[in-house]
Design a protein around this ligand. Sequence first.
Ligand code: FE2
Ligand code: FE2
Length: 165
Amino acid sequence: MNKPTTILSDEHVNILKVIDILSKEVGLLETRKNLDKQFFEKAIRFIKEYADRFHHAKEEDILFFELSKDGVLQHCNPVKQMLYEHDIGRSFVKDAEDAFARNDIGDLCKNARGYCELLQEHIFKEDNILYPMADEALGEGIQSSMLERFGQVTEIKFDEKEWEF
Ligand SMILES: [Fe+2]
Ligand SMILES: [Fe+2]
């Protein structure tokens, strides 16, 4: 049986691919100050649609929801911190979009870089701490019901062509 956390980790691989390209592009923008509008529009769209509306929503509505039930995690529950990081990520994206609209390159770089660094660390924590905890804490019945609920989320496929940069 596929585990819900395996599906989420596979999505992390796609998100990290785009974040890697985005950080390189921010590095270039910081030195040559020449804004590739199409690239940034596409990267912001990917982050909002795939990373946030698709991946984060699944974590929040299904995985975190299950982990927050009484008695599931005995000692520490990192869900609050993960939710907080999702929110910081959203505000970086909002500020990056505003900076993009104003053509403020410095502010765009600052917020895009903040987002990339936050998400790299966030994903590392989920892959190495939260997901293994979830695998252990959630029984097989709950995991298969989570898979069913994952199946009900309108899937955004990571189409390499569509998200080619
Ligand atoms: Fe997350
Ligand atoms: Fe995640």
